[in-house]
Design a protein around this ligand. Structure first.
Ligand SMILES: Nc1ncnc2c1ncn2[C@@H]1O[C@H](COP(=O)(O)OP(=O)(O)O)[C@@H](O)[C@H]1O
Ligand SMILES: O=P(O)(O)OC[C@H]1O[C@](O)(COP(=O)(O)O)[C@@H](O)[C@@H]1O
Length: 308
């Protein structure tokens, strides 16, 4: 059993239009609405890969009710803690190969609501082997919140996979989770480094410090899987991208699936990239096509990294 924690879920609204322009009236050609926030994208993809998933975090207001309803439709188990304030909405604008994301900060989660979550987390952690902690933290939740959860999970021998950014990521690293999945921008921001070889060295230091793996995603340039003992580089095929929002989340779902099935690290990296690509080829956010994923794994090359 796998648990996903989405502290700051969102209704993800995706607008597709041609010729998006600032300072103009833009009319939308197509729109999609999905239950988002990184952890819920991960959950949907894990469910598509055949896993039972327990989802938790904080949900509030009408948006929260809509998301809860979506969880039922996707057969995801709902262990979210109700909150007073309204769950956020996030927007993505896709136009002629560009994508622009506008992400709300999220509601205030009171100390009492956070305490209620921690009690729920204590029993949840007993029932699962893998815990995925994904996305930003809402207002009033301190950047070390994930670290508290990681400590609780590690004390019970559970694997923690984390995808977050900025201050929260800096805190997470101190608690040495099993895996972190930054993208290039997130690791650049954290490290202050720019080129790939410096980022790899920085990630190696994180691993030497106790985190087992850094899964560094590079968009259309593929990915790197860094550990204490080796660095693997995945090369991905060129595709006609449709909607890349949620590719990082799909990648994390792909890695979790492969790791849980005891695939080799090379296979796990291929599954991670294949899920990310399949999502980028889909109009929907946090959505893969399983037969396409299997096909894509044969089109991804993984080599030992020796500098780019
Ligand atoms: N345009 C693309 N072409 C090929 N692969 C892609 C593309 N976009 C995403 N991917 C795959 O999905 C993975 C995650 O995407 P990325 O954009 O790096 O993550 P994030 O959404 O976290 O920024 C990449 O490592 C890659 O394997
Ligand atoms: O929790 P955060 O960091 O604010 O990010 C939320 C947003 O990230 C997304 O999950 C997309 O993330 P990725 O493209 O990195 O997979 C959106 O669905 C969501 O609205």
């Amino acid at each position: 059993m796998i648990a996903t924690i989405t502290c700051n879920p969102a209704i993800d609204i995706t607008y597709s239009l041609s010729n998006f322009q600032l300072n103009q009236v833009n009319r939308v050609q197509a729109m999609d609405r999905s239950a988002g926030g990184k952890g819920l994208n991960v959950s949907r993809v894990l469910s598509q890969l055949g896993h039972d998933v327990i989802c938790s975090g904080f949900l509030g207001g009408r948006n929260g009710e809509w998301i809860a309803n979506q969880l039922t439709q996707f057969r995801l188990m709902n262990l979210f803690v109700p909150i007073q304030e309204e769950t956020r909405t996030c927007h993505a604008i896709l136009s002629e190969g560009t994508y622009t994301e506008i992400l709300e900060k999220g509601p205030i989660v009171t100390e009492h609501e956070q305490e209620e979550f921690l009690v729920r987390f204590d029993s949840l952690v007993e029932t699962v082997s893998f815990i995925i902690l994904s996305g930003s933290l809402p207002s009033r939740v301190k950047p070390d919140f994930y670290s508290i959860l990681i400590k609780k999970a590690k004390d019970r021998g559970k694997f923690c996979f984390v995808d977050t950014s900025a201050k929260t990521l800096a805190e997470v690293i101190k608690s040495k989770p099993f895996l972190i999945k930054p993208n290039k921008e997130e690791l650049k921001e954290l490290s202050g480094k720019n080129c790939i070889s410096d980022l790899v060295d920085y990630a190696k230091n994180i691993c030497e410090d106790g985190t087992r793996y850094v899964l560094l995603s590079l968009g259309k340039e593929g990915a790197l899987l860094i550990s204490n003992s080796e660095v693997l580089r995945a090369y991905v095929p060129t595709i006609k991208e449709v909607n890349p929002v949620g590719s990082g989340d799909s990648m994390l779902a792909g890695f979790t699936h492969a790791y849980q099935k005891n695939y080799t690290l090379i296979e796990a990296l291929k599954w991670s990239c294949a899920c990310g690509i399949s999502n980028a080829l889909s109009e929907r956010t946090g959505c893969i096509d399983l037969s396409q994923v299997k096909d894509l794994t044969n089109k991804i090359t993984v080599t030992q990294y020796k500098g780019i």
